[in-house]
Design a protein around this ligand. Structure first.
Ligand SMILES: [Zn+2]
Length: 67
């Protein structure tokens, strides 16, 4: 997943207790929602939670974008 993230301006986003969501930085400069439409409020805990399970909806969106 990492290679793909670098290539397509995708970043990770999660709360303290949440699955790992993904964000398209190109598309969401002003909207600030994840790929599954969740608002990114508060701090991002993605860096310290790399082992977090992926959000299924975000992963489906990534798949649509990638293939
Ligand atoms: Zn999500």
């Amino acid at each position: 997943m990492k290679d793909k993230l670098m290539k397509e301006s995708i970043s990770q986003w999660t709360k303290r207790l949440d699955v790992m969501h993904y964000v398209n930085r190109d598309e969401h400069k002003s909207i600030s929602t994840t790929l599954c439409g969740k608002y990114m409020l508060g701090n991002n805990y993605a860096e310290e939670n790399q082992d977090r399970e992926d959000c299924k909806e975000c992963r489906n969106k990534l798949k649509e974008m990638g293939e």
